[in-house]
Structure formats: C-alpha cells, structure tokens
Design a protein around this ligand. Structure first.
Ligand code: GCO
Length: 484
C-alpha cells in the first residue's frame, strides 16, 4: 500500500492559488442549502444511464498509429510526479480491447458511454492534416458501441494536449482557440455521422489550476500569473469549438463538462471572515466557467484575475448556445481566510462529523443538490447530465475491492440528491458513473480505483464488481433502492 502524496488534490488547489488576488471578490456564493429527501425513488423512463472514461487513463498504445506526444507523456516521466511511478503505457489496453468495454457497458444495461478523444492521435502536433489511422480508432470505437446499442458521447479535450502546442505556450497562448476549433472540425467531419453527442471540455477549472498553478498535473507549471490567461483561453477555445462543430453539422448535441464544487466557508468563530474567501474561490472555480458560457460575462470576483486576457468581442464567442451542461461532482470545497497567503484563501476544514471517502474527499451529496439548484435558479435551468460521480477504493497497489458496498452506498446517496433536484424542478437528463473500469488516476497512478469493473494489470482481465450488478438493476428499472 502506497501513501499517496496528493490524496486531497482538489483541496490542494487552494494552496496553489498563490499570487491570485481575491481581495476584491464580491460574488454571491450561495450558503449551503437544505436538501430535502426525495419523495419518489423512481427515475423517469427517458433518464439515461451510462459510464465515463478518459483517453489517457484507459487507452494505452501511446506510440500506436502515429499518435503524437502529449503533455501527460512528458509529465509522467518526471521523477516524483506520479505517486507509484507508473505510466499508462498499457493502462486498460482499451486501444485494443474497446469491443470488450462496449460489451461490458451493454452487459450492465448502461446504454451511454462518455469517452474522450486524444487530440495527439488525431493531430499529432496539434495542427495540420488529420492522422487518419488515429482517427480510425475512434471510428471503430463508435461502431463497436453502436453495435452494442450504446450511444457514444465524445469529450474533445480531457487534458492530453499535444506537447507541440505546449511548446508554443499551450493554453497560455491565445492561438490555442483556433487550433482547438480546427481540431473540433476534423472530429465532426469524421465522426459526426455516428457520434452525435459532444462534450467540448472536461473540467477546465481542474486543468487550469492543477496543470498551471499547483503543478500537480501536466503540464506541471507553477505559475499563478498564468491562471487568468489559461481560464480565458479555455473559454474562448470552447466557444470557437462549439462554433466549428455547429458549422460542420446541424444535428449534433453539444455541451461541456464542469467540475462544480460549492464553496463553503469554514465554520467556527472566524466563519464570517471565511465567507469572502469562499466567495472569491467560487468566482474563479465555478463562475469563471459558467458565466462566460451561459451569460457572456465573467463574475466580478474573477475579473481581477482574468481581465487582462480579455479582448473586445471575446465574450460573444465564449457565450454559445449549448444543448446541455455536464456536471462532475465529487465533493464540496471548504475554504477559509488565510492572511499569510497572497490569495488570502486556503483549504478549510469541513464540520468535524463529515464522512470522507478513501480519496479524502468529503461524502456530501447535498453539495451536488446545491450546484444543481444553482443551475436551475441562477442559469435558467439548463438540461443537465451528471457526467461524472463516483468514489475510489482505499489507495492500494493491490487488487480492486470487488464487494464494493461502500461504492453502492455512495452512489445511492448521490442519486437521491439527483432525484431531489429533479423534484425541485431541475432538468436532469442522465447520470454517467465515473468510471467504467479501474484505470490510471493521473498523479495517483494505479493506486486509486473508481471502476464498476476491476482490472488485472498483468492480464487486462476485467472483473465486474458488486456495484456493476447494482448499476445494472438500477439502469433497467430506474428505481433507486433503499439501503439494505
Ligand atoms: C476528474 C477527471 C477524472 C478523474 C476522476 C476521479 O474529474 O478529475 O475527470 O479523469 O479520474 O474525477 O478523480
């Protein structure tokens, strides 16, 4: 059993916000809301069920068929960055075993699969002509899914930027918006006849902060001064990619996936002083991604960080009509005021009795309810899909926990929150479990396992867990059971 260095990676985010000034924050982070228990445990017939994955975490075959180098290939080779020193050279071997993955989905009656497309397979240097052999993999995957009655949902960017673009400044360089739009157009032209659902970015906030400020993720930069540019260029690139997808075809359903976390002020005697810190965090973590897309503006509290990157008419590009918002939810963020930090914020403590999962994340489904309610009441009730939710086994290099009652319990609680949000009037159309198969968890390597299915790393053999059977029963009946 390895002790991971970064077990609380989402909370560690705060420490790294270093030079970012949040003093002027005046956003309106909502207070924690009371979550009512659901009246009915029956999901509607048209509610969709699925599972999610990301290219770099599952595919392996990093040198196959002309794939270019990504920022994660470079980062994972730096000593000390990956807790177990592993590389995802094979990972789940899904580049070869994708048909098995498709069969596993359909075996659990999960009729929707969220996967990501590796940009360096499609454009090895991030620009120019498409690499047909790399694109063909996603074509085969789409065909295999459709043959199993599984609907493909493709994420265009789940953090594996071509290294050649990074060498040119990566997300810090405004030109990335055009490169990304070009890539999106290539995907639509090749796959759009069969893949109709597109998620443009995955968790842009996580990528901006962990990749560019705290250095825990690729490209491993520790430069708080980059944050505003990276966030804005992500929003700009997203807008340009949506335009490119729509220009290529008029029959696509397009959305994006956000890592939404309610920002909660640490309680106790200093609670009143912690509240502005929580508001400042909220403006950068949630508002700086929701608002430019859905309102064509940045929240007041984010402008000090982002303003310098903003050019005339940019907000007309970031604001695009979307068919849905993808919500990834694991836990809330607790924030406190910290006068010793330039940003004046730091990770706070949750109430003492808050349960935590093996990842160190608070188990708090009310945070999911809170963010869904916020979308309903403050953003005109968009159609929402939960595009990730789940929990890890205890950290270990050993085999997966197959009798994973703890996971079933976690899922049940979060799906109750989804039901409650639907009963409040939220338009929530579906739920994708993270993840289908245990995979390579970024800086935590193989020590963290989120799958409904375990995997033997030597043989690639997949073993469904108890949660797999549980999800199958749920997907078939739509009826959420009560705790045993
Ligand atoms: C994320 C990523 C996933 C992770 C998952 C579990 O949300 O960080 O989208 O790639 O593996 O969230 O931590």
């Amino acid at each position: 059993m390895t002790t991971p260095i970064f077990p609380l990676h989402r909370r560690a985010v705060l420490a790294g916000l270093g030079a970012v000034s949040l003093a002027a924050a005046s956003g309106c982070a909502p207070a924690a809301v009371q979550m009512p228990a659901p009246k009915s445990r029956q999901f509607p017939k048209d509610f969709i069920w699925g599972a999610a994955s990301a290219a770099y975490q599952i595919e392996g075959a990093l040198d196959a068929d002309g794939r270019g180098e990504s920022v994660w290939d470079v980062f994972a080779h730096i000593d000390g960055k990956i807790v177990d020193h592993s590389l995802p050279a094979i990972a789940c071997d899904s580049y070869r075993r994708y048909a098995e993955d498709a069969a596993l989905l359909s075996g659990a009656s999960l009729k929707n699969y969220r996967f990501s497309i590796a940009w360096p397979r499609v454009q090895p240097t991030g620009a120019g002509a498409a690499n047909e052999k790399g694109l063909d993999y996603y074509s085969r995957l789409a065909d295999a899914l459709l043959a199993q009655g599984v609907t493909p949902w493709a994420t265009l960017f789940h953090w594996d930027l071509p290294q050649a673009l990074q060498a040119n400044g990566g997300w810090g360089n405004r030109d990335i918006a055009e490169r990304f739009a070009d890539y999106a157009g290539v995907i639509a032209a090749k796959l759009g006849d069969r893949v109709k659902n597109f998620i443009v970015l995955n968790e842009a906030a996580v990528h901006a902060v962990l990749g560019h400020v705290t250095g825990e993720h690729a490209p491993g930069l520790k430069d708080a001064g980059l944050l505003g540019r990276v966030i804005h260029h992500e929003n700009l690139a997203q807008g340009r990619a949506i335009q490119a997808l729509r220009a290529a075809r008029n029959d696509l359903r397009i959305g994006t996936t956000l890592a939404l976390m309610p920002a909660r002020a640490e309680g106790g005697v200093a609670a009143f002083a912690n509240r502005p810190a929580a508001e400042g965090f909220d403006a950068l973590w949630n508002g700086a991604f929701l608002d430019p897309l859905l309102r064509g503006a940045y929240p007041e509290g984010a402008l000090a960080t982002i303003g310098a990157a903003l050019q005339a008419d940019d907000l007309a590009i970031t604001k695009q009509p979307v068919d849905f918002i993808g919500v990834n939810y694991y836990s809330p963020a607790y924030i406190k005021l910290d006068l010793s930090s330039p940003s004046r914020i730091a990770a706070g403590a949750p109430p003492a009795d808050t349960p935590r999962d093996a990842f160190g994340r608070e188990i708090d489904p009310s945070g999911l309810y809170e963010m869904l309610e916020r979308l309903r009441t403050q953003y005109e009730n968009p159609l929402v899909y939960i595009t990730e939710n789940g929990c890890s086994d205890p950290f270990s290099n050993g085999p997966a926990v197959i009798e994973d009652g703890f996971r079933i319990d976690y899922l049940r609680k979060h799906l109750e929150a989804v039901r409650s949000a639907m009963e409040a009037g939220g338009r929530i159309g579906g739920y994708f479990h993270w993840s289908l198969i245990d995979n390579w968890e970024w800086a935590l390597g193989f020590t963290s396992k989120f799958g409904l299915v375990g995997m033997n790393r030597d043989t690639g053999l997949r073993t469904p867990k108890a949660s797999y059977a549980w999800m199958k029963a749920l997907a078939e009946s739509g009826l959420l059971d009560t705790a045993a």
